[in-house]
Design a protein around this ligand. Structure first.
Ligand code: FMN
Length: 163
């Protein structure tokens, strides 16, 4: 699959087979997060990889719309130091991780963290230092579904020169 096809066919995957994800692949996916664009190259991120089923269940229960975290073999928790552009930086890293997972034939889903009332509890569960923000949780696994999503057409969103 070439890069453009990979980008265009990525979808949020919330159902996974039980197959474990090899450590080397997890490291490569997180490495892609590490290399994301970041304002003034601050790189405020830290990535906590949660494999332990008990901790994943705790994370899943703590979220409002991320119960399927319990079913994924891996969950990457994206944390950022509380810097001016932490949300943009952490979001860029999150998207890179979603795409890297897709490139490795895995399914993943962005589960919201920032601004959620449970953010501080997730930070506590993964042992984040005080000045860190939760940006996202990303369950990853071999896909057990191929979701389709209706998208707004290019002609509705692309404007040349002016809106
Ligand atoms: C900032 C953000 C927060 C999201 N939070 C959740 C979430 O908490 N739970 C969930 O199931 N999906 C979540 N999603 C995934 C979206 O629901 C999904 O990307 C959207 O429906 C479009 O579908 P697609 O990713 O398959 O194109 C989130 C996506 C973004 C960008």
């Amino acid at each position: 699959m070439d890069a453009i096809e990979m980008l265009k066919t990525r979808r949020a995957v919330r159902a996974y087979t039980g197959e474990p994800v090899p450590k080397k692949i997890i490291e490569d996916i997180v490495d892609c997060g590490r290399l994301a664009a970041t304002a003034i190259n601050i790189q405020p991120w830290e990535f906590v990889v949660v494999i332990d089923p008990a901790l994943r269940r705790r994370l899943a229960e703590t979220t409002d719309h991320g119960k399927f975290i319990a079913d994924a073999p891996v969950c990457v928790v994206v944390l950022c130091q509380d810097t001016k552009y932490y949300l943009e930086d952490g979001s860029a890293a999150t998207e890179n991780i979603l795409l890297a997972a897709r490139a490795h034939g895995l399914g993943a889903c962005w589960v919201a963290g920032d601004k959620k009332p449970f953010a501080s509890e997730i930070c506590r569960l993964v042992g984040a230092p005080q000045n860190f923000k939760l940006v996202s949780l990303i369950p990853i696994g071999y896909p057990a579904e191929s979701p389709e999503k209706t998208k707004r057409p290019l002609s509705a969103v692309l404007h040349w020169e002016k809106y």
